[in-house]
Design a protein around this ligand. Structure first.
Ligand code: DHE
Length: 554
């Protein structure tokens, strides 16, 4: 017990305290002068090292890896970084790169002083992060409200299907918002720098995953929705999903880990851990051992009792059969590197996932359990979120992705039965406002496709979204909508009816007093005009409508 407590304290120390530190003193000018660091010049005090470790975890590890071996971003081990030299490294961190790296300094996220420290930090060896095995996982498990003590029917008259779970990223909270009244019904604590939520198949439960690997489950039937169980499955994580196959609805959940690289199968109702599985393995192509193959996106198959786990660095898609969760079956499909985010086609048979190091989309057939295509998107760093599906008047059913490193939207044919000549080909390439796109969204009831550009190098595009007409995509952007005059406009989500689009304004926690920590802007999807603002939210990012998330509508 004492060991567990110590490990937990270590981990809390490992993650804590970062956001505020990074947000401070944002606007100093960095000096970009020529210098080649000698060994003595890259020495950091223990305090500086610790500060950098936290900043690195918050801002860099997601793309470059905890061990800095590289993934979406390049290898940052000392052999490589020293060769680049202090001046170049400082430029990268401050100004970003054309390949999609944000200009952390220029954007005001990392100060000039901290940029200098980071430049030194990444020329030192990375610290070895701790492990997190089943003993730690079990010790972190808290069943706050056992299933038998939960409501037997909703304790309110709200439409649960039209509720939204909104990630309040830098506050580490989830807001539950009534989609009809736009009222914030409840705000509950979740994991550190919480990342996404997914819904149980019944739509009753919201599962959240924090960057600290903490998974929580919120019961939407409660008068005031609240957390009923929580667990920490790893120390760094991004994904969670539930069992959706017929007969297994709400039975299990799975949490993917970035560090340690592993996944944990949980009981769906209580989050009691059942099985932990390491993803340590070999790259699919060169078959070299990789020490950090992280679990990126996870989706639940509708064709078998399986999850589709995308193992980023090794470029493998693992189909995990949860019929017998203590002895899960794993089929490894060779795909491409580095697997990141993705979504289903409209039939939910094909899963399209970005392999962002190779600018490709891999297509997995969940029915035949195999890779059916690797598509060159024609852009740098595809980043679909879950993508968007619609019927193109010329090419039939299509799915689309934008790009982080390019101002282009690639539209891909997805119907091998009735439109075989277009299936798994880029049938349209359309301009976006700018590079720096993260998410694209539509709804079967809408005539529009929406695209954000929160990582644009141009401030005006970070707060503007583009709308396209599905019937006339060839015409390019139909309308630009300025959403806010601060923060970043990020991630669109429809309401259940598909007639409203919700967009987050992701501000700074430190600007809460100015009313600029964030809000959600609701647009009328028919008229493309603003309908409402849900104010006073602390750094909202992803939003997940219950009905659309359960049914994979995007
Ligand atoms: Fe995400 C999805 C990982 C940065 C907001 N993000 C995902 C998924 C992965 C991932 C693997 C897919 C989950 C799934 O479907 O199961 N994200 C990462 C990173 O590694 C990365 C690049 C860097 C990091 O350090 O985390 C990263 N992500 C961000 C952000 O900066 C965003 C904009 C805000 C934040 O939380 O920091 C962000 N990511 C999101 C959102 C989704 C997401 C809103 C879900 C989109 C959806 O509609 O499903």
């Amino acid at each position: 017990m004492r060991e567990c407590l110590m490990a937990f304290m270590l981990v809390v120390a490992f993650m804590a305290g970062s956001i505020q530190a990074i947000a401070e003193e944002a606007t100093e000018e960095v000096k970009v002068e020529s210098e080649v660091a000698s060994e003595t010049e890259i020495v950091l005090t223990p305090e500086e090292f610790e500060k950098c470790r936290v900043i690195y975890f918050d801002r860099c590890a997601g793309c470059h890896g905890v061990l800095r071996k590289g993934a979406t971003g390049p290898d940052l081990t000392p052999g490589k970084t020293k060769a680049k030299g202090t001046k170049k490294l400082r430029e990268f961190i401050w100004f970003g790169t054309g390949g999609g790296m944000p200009g952390w300094g220029k954007m005001g996220t990392i100060t000039a002083k901290d940029t200098d420290l980071l430049v030194k930090y990444i020329q030192n060896d990375p610290p070895v992060p701790p492990q997190w095995d089943m003993k730690n996982v079990k010790a972190s498990w808290k069943l706050l409200v056992p299933p038998e003590e939960r409501p037997t029917k909703p304790e309110h008259d709200r439409d649960v299907d039209n509720m939204f779970a909104v990630v309040l990223r830098d506050a580490g909270q989830i807001a539950i918002i009534d989609g009809d009244t736009k009222e914030v019904v409840s705000t509950v604590d979740s994991g550190y720098a919480v990342h996404i939520t997914r819904m149980s198949m019944s739509g009753r439960y919201v599962y959240s995953i924090g960057r600290d690997g903490k998974c929580t489950v919120i019961d939407l039937w409660m008068a005031k929705p609240d957390t009923v169980a929580e667990i920490r499955c790893s120390l760094d994580a991004r994904s969670v999903d539930v069992s959706k196959f017929k007969g297994f609805e709400d039975k299990y959940a799975v949490v993917g880990g970035y560090w340690p690289p592993q996944f944990v199968i949980l009981d769906g109702a209580t989050l009691e851990p059942i099985k932990i599985v390491s993803t340590l393995s070999y790259t699919y192509d060169t078959e070299e051992f990789h020490p950090e193959p992280r679990v990126a996106s996870i989706v639940a198959s509708h064709f078998a009792p399986e999850w589709v786990l995308n193992i980023k660095e090794t470029g493998q898609v693992w189909l995990v059969d949860y019929t017998d969760p203590n002895s899960p079956g794993i089929k490894m499909i060779e795909a491409e590197r580095f697997l990141h985010d993705g979504g289903w086609d409209s039939t939910k048979r094909y899963f399209l996932v970005a392999a962002n190091a190779r600018n490709k989309i891999a297509v997995i057939d969940a029915k035949e359990k195999k890779l059916v295509a690797l598509i060159d998107t024609g852009g740098i760093k595809p980043h679909p979120g879950r993508g968007a599906n619609w019927i193109d008047p010329e090419f039939g059913p299509v799915w689309a992705t934008g790009h982080i490193g390019d101002s282009v939207v690639s539209v891909i044919g997805t119907d091998p039965v009735n439109h075989p000549e277009h299936a798994w080909k880029v049938v349209r390439k359309i301009n976006s406002l700018s590079s720096g796109n993260l998410f694209i969204k539509t709804h079967p009831n809408s005539k529009w496709v929406w695209l954000d550009t929160p990582l644009s190098k141009k401030a005006k595009y970070r707060t503007t979204v583009a709308v396209y007409d599905k019937a006339n995509m060839a015409a390019g952007i139909f309308k630009e909508l300025k959403v806010a005059d601060y923060g970043k406009a990020v991630h669109m989500e429809y309401n259940k009816a598909g007639d409203e689009v919700w967009i987050s304004i992701w501000g700074n926690l430190g600007d809460a007093e100015k009313g600029q920590a964030g809000e959600i802007v609701v647009f009328d999807d028919k008229t493309l005009t603003e309908k409402a603002r849900i104010k006073g939210l602390l750094t909202p990012t992803g939003k997940f409508n219950v009905y659309n998330t359960v049914h994979d509508l995007y």
